[in-house]
Design a protein. Structure first.
Length: 58
């Protein structure tokens, strides 16, 4: 019975982690939301930083 409860708890915790990640608003290259310096061009570096910031908010 302990194994069942422990494994169920582990599954619930992992689902909670995935749900948090799924709620983060991720963007792709060319999305103007990720233009962090306002120059009109969205670089890969800006997209990566924007997506990382969105994941850390949640």
């Amino acid at each position: 019975m302990k194994r069942f409860l422990l494994s169920t708890f582990a599954v619930v915790m992992s689902l909670g982690t995935f749900a948090t990640i799924a709620n983060a608003q991720q963007v792709s290259l060319g999305d103007p939301v990720a233009d962090l310096n306002g120059d009109g061009e969205v670089t890969l570096h800006e997209v990566r930083n924007y997506n990382r910031d969105q994941r850390q908010k949640n």
